[in-house]
Design a protein. Structure first.
Length: 198
């Protein structure tokens, strides 16, 4: 069985685990810490980043978007539509959700890895502006939640889960439609909720 090196707090790990569960691809979860990357992680991904998927033949797949593309292939296109227009819509939604996570993670690292007097507030503000622009766009027009979802909707739910973990009470303000969207996602796909960042 392929091994997924992951962290329970990582939104990218959450996206991959949710996607695998949704399409029924079994993965052996292997929790790892990235602050001092273990040899197993560095062997799977020389960048020392998660998630990293180690296939049965020993090959590694990283980063999260490469893994979701792999899951899409092995599941017979269960994560991405075959229709080119609908596919690009799903891929762009995944990219937007990942971009929100990129900004949120950078904000966390800025505070975690610098003493208070070295934290750059302008840097934090720029990252938050990127995330909120994307959130406002999505709140104005939340993605549909059909019976068959794509990796785009899964990535967005993972991103909102991460924001709730790290920025609870901050990202939700003025975005009630997006908050309701996340609640509806959890109602429709309760089996995926346990993979949200924690």
């Amino acid at each position: 069985m392929p091994k997924l090196l992951y962290s329970s707090a990582s939104p990218y790990s959450a996206k991959v685990r949710m996607a695998a569960a949704y399409v029924g691809v079994a993965l052996e979860p292997v929790p790892v810490k990235t602050d001092t990357p273990p040899p197993e992680l560095l062997a799977a991904n020389p960048l020392g980043k998660i998630p990293a998927l180690v296939l049965d033949d020993g090959r590694s797949v990283f980063d999260s978007r490469a893994i979701t593309q792999h899951l899409n292939r092995v599941s017979g296109n269960a994560l991405l539509p075959r229709n080119p227009d609908k596919r690009i819509e799903a891929e762009v939604l995944e990219a937007l959700a990942d971009g929100i996570c990129d900004s949120a993670v950078l904000m966390l690292y800025e505070r975690r890895h610098h003493p208070d007097d070295k934290v750059s507030q302008p840097w934090l503000d720029r990252q938050w502006e990127k995330a909120t622009r994307a959130l406002d766009l999505l709140n104005a027009n939340p993605p549909k939640l059909p019976k068959k979802i794509t990796v785009g909707q899964i990535a967005l739910r993972a991103a909102l889960g991460y924001l709730t973990l790290r920025f609870a009470g901050k990202w939700e303000k003025g975005r009630s439609r997006l908050v309701r969207w996340a609640a509806r996602f959890d109602e429709k796909f309760p089996e995926l909720r346990g993979y949200l960042p924690s």
